[in-house]
Design a protein around this ligand. Structure first.
Ligand SMILES: CC(=O)N[C@H](C=O)[C@@H](O)[C@H](O)[C@H](O)COP(=O)(O)O
Length: 246
């Protein structure tokens, strides 16, 4: 069942321009997993001034769609492939049917498990739903290819997650600036933005909107940062006990 207002009737990108989107996601096995918790998290983010939400999975999207009309970027992490962000046409339809205004998909150019292309995604989302497509990329070249395929927004979401090396600590603001310089479609800064000053810098470097996830909505990781800071002080004290695994 489609519960969203059709995007065609309102200016979704205009509503996000220069403003914050909060990504509310909790994996299976995490204490906050599930639509009841994610709806509460989303409402908390809106109470704090978020202009939009990024939500994972049809259940969470539908639960939040039922309580707010703010723009929702939806995705579905499904399947066992390296391409896991809304990787099939079935997932695209499920996300749109659940009420997302913007359907986010992997747009790294890697093969989608069902053989569909980014152009197929764009056609389905535009023609069948009159909604928008966000391309999650890792490079400027991927952003240019996604723009050529007809997407409506391009995000830096997958920078640092497609290579063999470790995931960098900070956000890829150089990619944000590179995308903003190269593309005509709006650029979304997303991925490892962990402070208000980094979010503001992303905007200064050309992002149209900024998505922040874990730094706001993952209490376990936030707690670990604080606990780790105290651990470091304790470990530096003379006569400190060796750290035990927790
Ligand atoms: C790479 C990938 O799968 N990113 C996902 C995309 O939806 C989410 O796991 C991230 O939380 C989201 O992009 C926001 O980023 P951060 O939580 O770093 O602010």
């Amino acid at each position: 069942m489609t519960t969203a207002l059709p995007s065609a009737s309102r200016d979704v990108i205009g509503a996000l321009r220069g403003r914050l989107v909060v990504s509310c996601q909790a994996r299976e096995g995490e204490p906050l997993h599930g639509p009841v918790h994610m709806r509460a998290m989303a409402l908390s983010a809106l109470a704090g001034g978020a202009a939009g939400l990024r939500l994972e999975g049809p259940d969470d999207i539908a639960a939040v769609r039922a309580v707010t009309d703010v723009p929702v970027i939806g995705l579905w992490k499904v399947g066992g492939s390296a391409v896991y962000i809304t990787p099939t046409m079935a997932a695209v339809h499920a996300v749109a049917d659940a009420g997302a205004d913007i359907v986010a998909v992997d747009a790294t150019g890697r093969a989608r498990p069902d053989g569909s292309t980014l152009a197929d995604v764009v056609l389905a989302v535009h023609e069948s739903y009159e909604r928008l497509v966000m391309a999650d990329v890792a490079t400027v070249e991927q952003g240019l290819a996604a723009q050529a395929a007809g997407v409506d927004l391009v995000g830096s979401t997958l920078s640092g997650y497609t290579g063999a090396g470790p995931v960098p600590l900070g956000p890829d603001l150089d990619l944000v600036a590179g995308l903003a310089a190269a593309l005509t479609v709006p650029v979304v800064a997303e991925g490892r933005i962990s402070s208000p000053s980094e979010a503001a810098e992303a905007l200064r470097r050309g992002a149209t909107t900024v998505v922040v996830g874990g730094a706001i909505t993952r209490p376990a990781s936030i707690t670990a940062r604080f606990a780790g800071a105290l651990d470091a002080v304790r470990a530096s004290r003379p006569g400190a006990e060796p750290e035990v695994a927790r």
